[in-house]
Design a protein around this ligand. Structure first.
Ligand SMILES: [Zn+2]
Length: 312
């Protein structure tokens, strides 16, 4: 049966209706309006589903999967304290959705959904075990073991972004130091890049190195693609920091495949070179040369497609 996937982001709510083979039959995207509080946001989720099912009876629908940017109480189907959704301290989303739509509803963390989407329909289709990493404002990740999401003892597994690579490193929003997110998360990456660019007047990005100038990851990857060696070095070094964290995860889990997506991953070759070289030289000898770093295949659809396949 067809299923619906919903990705509740801080900015947009995306929804798709997919066939069992992963064909997207219909899609909708609506602004989240997170500042208007939980009831408005839940109303927008319902609206997104209405746009997909239209006049089709929900008897033809296998269920609804929802990815949310926060932790989940799986026993009660409750969303716990999503940082970007004000007023959502503890929301029984499964109960609210099942009451309205009369179909099975499953919830998971958005990064787990993105990894599952890549497993079922994207770059991970041929891979039994991998870690999916999404680079953006934060660093999201999901662990796939035997083609299923690994949740850990209480459902909180997969926080690769808060693996520390330096106990005296930069302060992360979580309170720890040296988390990989504090190097690769968008705002940290840009702050680091500006600091380095300030010492390189030969770079085309030099004028953007001041505190109040706008510099985006795309500016850096565009400059690198145009041949700016400073921009290339910045992206390569970002890749190296990720590669160190990846080598730790590979040693710990014996997982040799990592699928990298999200905005910053569009930086392409220098970033991936840094990740591949570092991960493959820092791991234990048994893994050396065997760590595969694959670009994600589904782009922005990974989360909604993974959510839709939670019911499979
Ligand atoms: Zn952290």
């Amino acid at each position: 049966m067809n299923t619906i996937g919903i990705d509740v982001g801080g900015t947009n709510i995306k929804a798709v209706l997919i066939s069992p083979t992963g064909e997207i039959l219909r899609r909708a995207s609506l602004p989240t309006e997170a500042q208007r509080g939980r009831d408005v946001v839940i109303g927008i989720i319902h609206r997104g589903i209405e746009l997909l099912v239209g006049d089709v009876a929900t008897g033809d629908l296998g269920g609804i999967g929802i990815g949310v940017p926060g932790s989940i109480d799986f026993d009660h189907g409750t969303v716990l304290h999503p940082p970007n959704l004000p007023g959502w301290d503890e929301v029984p989303l499964v109960a609210l959705m099942e009451e309205r739509w009369k179909v099975p509803v499953l919830l998971d963390n958005d990064a787990n959904c993105a990894a599952l989407g890549e497993a079922n329909f994207g770059a991970g289709q041929e891979v039994s075990h991998f870690i999916g990493i999404t680079l953006g404002t934060g660093v999201g990740s999901g662990i796939i073991i035997n083609r299923e999401i690994y949740h850990g003892a209480r459902g909180y597994a997969g926080e690769f972004g808060h693996a520390s690579i330096d106990y005296n490193g930069p302060l992360c929003a979580c309170g720890n130091r040296g988390c990989i997110e504090a190097y690769v998360g968008n705002s940290y990456l840009i702050a680091n890049a500006k600091q380095r660019l300030a010492a390189h007047p030969e770079s085309v990005l030099y004028a953007m190195a001041t505190d109040d100038a706008t510099l985006t990851p795309k500016d850096i990857s565009d400059a690198s693609a145009a041949g700016d060696p400073v921009a290339t070095r910045i992206l390569y070094d970002v890749g190296c920091t990720l590669g160190i964290a990846i080598s730790n995860a590979a040693n710990l889990m014996d997982i040799p495949t990592f699928i990298i997506g999200g905005g910053v991953s569009a930086a392409g070759k220098p970033l991936f070179d840094g990740i591949r070289e570092t991960a493959n030289t820092r791991v234990l000898k048994v893994h050396r040369g065997g760590i595969a770093i694959l670009p994600a295949a589904l782009g922005n659809d990974a989360g909604v497609m993974g959510a839709a396949s939670l019911l499979a």
